[in-house]
Write a protein that binds this ligand. Structure first.
Ligand code: CIR
Length: 332
C-alpha cells in the first residue's frame, strides 16, 4: 500500500510534520474569531502550511517578527492542564446537600453524566486520576471544594458544611503526589467553589461556606507566591464560581448580578442571558469551554466571541447544586 505521503504527493517528512502539528493543534487550538478555526501552531511556517494544503484561515500565518504567535497566544492561557483529579459519585449522592428545588437526582444517570465528564476531559488530553466513591460523604465527588491547586501549591480547604468537613482527609495523599501542600485552619472555612484564580489574581467569595478568616488565610498562603487577592461577597448563589468563571486571562463569564463587582473591573465580562444564570458555571479545559447543556443563549454568546464550546449533560448534578467546575481539580 502506498504511504499517505505518496498518495497525496507530499514528502514523508512533511506528512509527519503535518500529522504532528495537527495533533498539537487539536490539543491547543484556539478559535481566534467567529467562524475562524485557526490553529496557533508554533513552528509551522506558512510555506509548509501552504504545501500541505492548510488554508490561511486554518492557521495563524507566521511573520518574521513572530507577531502572529503573540496575537493568537495572547488570548490563550499559556498553562495547559496535564491532569484532573475526580471522584466517582456514590449511590449515596442523592443524600447530599442541596438548595436547588429540582427534585431528587437519579443516581445512575448522575453517574453517567459524571462518566461523560471525565471522558471528555480525557478526550481533551488530560490524564484522569480517579478516586473511589465515598459512601459516607455524599457530596465528595465535588472535589473542587476541597482544594485550590495552583502551579506552585495545593491549598487544602476546610469546607464550610459540617457534613463535608472531613472530605479533605480523603484526597490529601493524592494531592501530595503532585504539589507541596498547605492547609486552611480553624476557625477559617473555605470551599474551593468560592475561589477563582486567574493568572496571579486570586478572588475569594464570602458565602455561607467561606468565611473572612478562611479567605485571609488563603490570601496569606498565595501571597508567598506573589498572588494578589480580592475578597468579595457572593450575591445570590452557593459559591462565587456559580456566577463567575474563567474564559481566558482577560475574559470572564459572569451573571448580571456579578458583572459590576469591583474586583472584576480589569476584565472583559461576558454576561449570560437572563434565565441562564446556571450556565455561568463553565470550565475552561485547554482551549475548550465546557458549558452545561440546555443553555443556547450562553453558547451563542461564547460562539460569537470566538470561544469553542462543548455542551455537557448535567441535569442530575445540577439537582445537587453542582456544576462543571466542581467535578474535578485540574492541574497543570
Ligand atoms: C454542596 O452543597 O456542597 C454540594 N451539594 C454541591 C457543591 C457544588 N460545588 C461547587 O459548585 N463548587
Amino acid at each position: 500500500m502506498a504511504s499517505p505521503g505518496a498518495q497525496c504527493g507530499k514528502g514523508k517528512a512533511e506528512v509527519l510534520l503535518f500529522v504532528e502539528h495537527r495533533l498539537l493543534a487539536e490539543r491547543s487550538c484556539k478559535v481566534v474569531g467567529p467562524g475562524l478555526g485557526r490553529y496557533n501552531v508554533p513552528g509551522l511556517s506558512s510555506d509548509i502550511a501552504k504545501r500541505i494544503g492548510l488554508k490561511e484561515t486554518e492557521y495563524a500565518p507566521d511573520r518574521p517578527d513572530g507577531a502572529h504567535l503573540r496575537k493568537v497566544g495572547s488570548k490563550m492561557d499559556k498553562t495547559m492542564y496535564a491532569r484532573a483529579i475526580a471522584r466517582k459519585p456514590s449511590p449515596s449522592c442523592i443524600h447530599g446537600l442541596t438548595t436547588a428545588k429540582l427534585g431528587k437526582p437519579d443516581s445512575a444517570i448522575l453517574s453517567g453524566q459524571y462518566r461523560h465528564y471525565v471522558d471528555t476531559l480525557a478526550g481533551l488530553g488530560l490524564e484522569i486520576v480517579e478516586l473511589d466513591a465515598l459512601a459516607g460523604f455524599p457530596d465528595s465527588y465535588f472535589v473542587e471544594d476541597v482544594a485550590v491547586v495552583t502551579p506552585e501549591i495545593a491549598v487544602i480547604m476546610r469546607p464550610g458544611a459540617a457534613s463535608r468537613r472531613d472530605e479533605p482527609n480523603h484526597i490529601i495523599g493524592v494531592l501530595e503526589r503532585f504539589r507541596t501542600t498547605a492547609w486552611i485552619e480553624s476557625p477559617g472555612t473555605v470551599d474551593g467553589g468560592d475561589v477563582l484564580v486567574v493568572g496571579k489574581h486570586c478572588m475569594v467569595g464570602l458565602s455561607e461556606r467561606t468565611n473572612p478568616q478562611g479567605a485571609e488565610q488563603l490570601h496569606g498562603i498565595l501571597a508567598r507566591f506573589d498572588y494578589r487577592s480580592d475578597t468579595v461577597h457572593v450575591p445570590e448563589a452557593l459559591h462565587f464560581k456559580s456566577s463567575v468563571n474563567f474564559l481566558d486571562t482577560e475574559t470572564l463569564l459572569v451573571t448580571r448580578s456579578c458583572s459590576t463587582l469591583d474586583c472584576l473591573s480589569g476584565y472583559r465580562k461576558l454576561v449570560v442571558p437572563q434565565g441562564e444564570e446556571y450556565a455561568a458555571n463553565v470550565v475552561w479545559v485547554n482551549g475548550q469551554i465546557l458549558v452545561p447543556e440546555g443553555f443556547p443563549g450562553t453558547r451563542r454568546l461564547l460562539d460569537h466571541h470566538g470561544f469553542p464550546t462543548i455542551a455537557m449533560p448535567v441535569s442530575e448534578i445540577a439537582k445537587m447544586d453542582g456544576g462543571l467546575t466542581c467535578l474535578s481539580l485540574r492541574l497543570t
